[in-house]
Design a protein around this ligand. Structure first.
Ligand SMILES: [Ca+2]
Ligand SMILES: [Ca+2]
Ligand SMILES: [Ca+2]
Length: 133
């Protein structure tokens, strides 16, 4: 399946980007300025049914109406939900991805030193695991 990105302008959502076939389906999304450059990114978790093909893709739109893949990485686990929040209080968003099933856990993605990186993983997740400062 593809990811299609719409932008609200002039009273309606207009299609601005269609990805190539990603071989799975998007199951998790989040929007936020993940690299702290003043422009929002769109993070998408792609499920394929295979741990060797599940992906996390971050789309960037720092050029008006021009969306590009800024980050694309095999995630192993299937990300079922994202939330973007600055939980370490450094002024930059972290991207928390939750996976379910046998591989339930949390993966944290951050923009560090000029690139996106996985900075934390915890499997399995426990109900009392909290990520606050
Ligand atoms: Ca940004
Ligand atoms: Ca960016
Ligand atoms: Ca932060």
């Amino acid at each position: 399946m593809t990811v299609r990105i719409f932008k609200y302008e002039e009273g309606e959502y207009a299609l601005k980007y269609t990805s190539p076939n990603l071989g799975g389906y998007p199951d998790a999304i989040a929007v936020g300025d993940l690299d702290n450059d003043g422009h929002k990114e769109l993070a998408v978790g792609i499920l394929t049914g295979s741990t060797s093909d599940n992906k996390v893709i971050i789309y960037d739109c720092s050029i008006i109406n021009s969306w590009v893949e800024e980050y694309s990485q095999i995630s192993g686990v299937g990300i079922h939900s994202f939330v973007a929040a600055d939980c370490d209080g450094d002024g930059a968003l972290e991207l928390f991805g939750a996976s379910g099933g046998a591989s339930s856990g949390i993966t944290v993605f951050e923009y560090v030193g000029g690139s996106y990186q996985t900075t934390f993983t915890r499997t399995p997740i426990e109900v009392n695991d909290l990520f606050v400062k």
